[in-house]
Ligand binder design. Structure first.
Ligand SMILES: [Zn+2]
Length: 87
């Protein structure tokens, strides 16, 4: 798991905007991200440890990659919906 910071996630989101991968929700905090050009699919997981936000992707990257950048968009929407639902 890699800690998400505003700096590393911004980079990843920018890269995701250029690559435009396809994001599918598997379950809350678990997403599959497919590169439309290569067809390669990776799984992205999010978790929380205290105040730290963590993410993990099963691609070769050991940093916050663009798969995480793509998935976090869906994750934020879903998290907000769940928050609204429980409020
Ligand atoms: Zn990745």
């Amino acid at each position: 798991m890699i800690e998400i910071t505003s700096a590393n996630i911004e980079k990843a989101i920018n890269k995701a905007r250029q690559t435009k991968p396809f994001v599918k929700v598997i379950e809350f905090r678990l997403y599959s991200v497919t590169n439309k050009t290569t067809g390669a699919t990776y799984e992205v997981k999010f978790s929380k440890l205290g105040n730290k936000k963590l993410a993990e992707c099963n691609c070769k990257a050991t940093v916050i990659c663009y798969h995480i950048g793509a998935a976090i968009g869906a994750h934020i929407v879903l998290a907000e919906q769940m928050h609204t639902a429980t409020a």
